[in-house]
Ligand binder design. Structure first.
Ligand code: URA
Length: 268
């Protein structure tokens, strides 16, 4: 029993490392880098006879890391972005979100920035992380089919196009849900993203998008009714990944797509 547990725990740890990108063995035996650091020659300031090191740098003493208000940092960085390239650069330079360290790519957006419809998904999955583009896996194919049904697509020209992004630009490990503080620090970037694209309609795909933008979950209750996302008309819908798993809800998705189509015609 015990050895089974060890096996599964070790397998889970290995899977996790592979998810993070450590998918290659670079030497035959593992190296403990912490021990390697301990055997390095001491820097001059710590050698006998040298000036005593400042207290905080003494061996074992914790290094004081000032508290950073990452939501405020994000708000300032986002507000100073003048266009989408500037916003992408500001997000790429943002160091507050742990997810960035485990992700291969920043997943910014796809589609036509002049689109009338802006779709906001949750977070990149494996394929999106590898390609650096949102909605390219199975859920993405479903999303493309959904919008094609009302004559819209991300590679079409302006009036018939959609623009696609996510609440989180980095893939969470093991596709876990983003944490509230991770969402909070990326929200100023999302708000600026919507301001810069300035769509006629926002579609909020699934619970995480609704939680981030509307401050509430419960997609079954929220879907199919117009609301506002950053002052823009917004419609919550079932996430395409959910429709892949539960195709019986495609009828509701079709209803909501027709609502998007009607809104576009109304505001033409
Ligand atoms: N699911 C999402 O919400 N976004 C993606 O980009 C892919 C899957």
């Amino acid at each position: 029993m015990e050895s089974h547990m060890d096996f599964y725990a070790a397998k889970a740890a290995l899977d996790w490392l592979i998810e993070l990108g450590a998918d290659e063995a670079i030497c035959d035996a593992p190296v403990n880098r912490y021990e390697a650091v301990a055997t390095l020659p001491k820097p001059a300031v710590l050698q006998a006879g040298a000036e005593p090191a400042p207290k905080a740098a003494a061996a074992g003493a914790p290094i004081a890391v000032p508290d950073v208000d990452w939501v405020a940092v994000a708000a300032q960085a986002a507000a100073s972005a003048q266009d989408l390239d500037g916003l992408r650069a500001a997000m790429a330079a943002f160091e507050g979100c742990e997810l960035k360290r485990g992700a291969r790519n920043l997943v910014f957006a796809d589609g036509n920035p002049k689109a009338r419809v802006m779709v906001i998904g949750e977070a990149p999955g494996r394929e999106e992380d590898l390609e650096g583009k949102p909605f390219v896996g199975q859920a993405g194919h479903m999303l493309d089919k959904m919008f094609a049904a009302i004559g819209l697509g991300r590679s079409l020209e302006d009036a018939a196009s959609i623009y696609v992004t996510n609440v989180m630009p980095w893939r969470p490990p093991q596709n876990r849900e983003p944490k509230p503080q991770e969402i909070a620090m990326m929200l100023p970037f999302l708000k600026r993203h919507v301001e810069l694209v300035n769509p006629d309609v926002v579609v909020l795909m699934g619970n995480i998008s609704c939680q981030a933008v509307l401050g509430e979950k419960g997609i079954t209750r929220l879907r199919g009714a117009w609301t506002k996302a950053f002052d823009t008309p917004a419609l919550p819908m079932f996430h395409p990944a959910y429709l892949v798993r539960s195709p019986e809800f495609k009828r509701e998705a079709w209803h909501d797509l027709l609502m998007v189509q009607a809104k576009l015609r109304e505001t033409e």
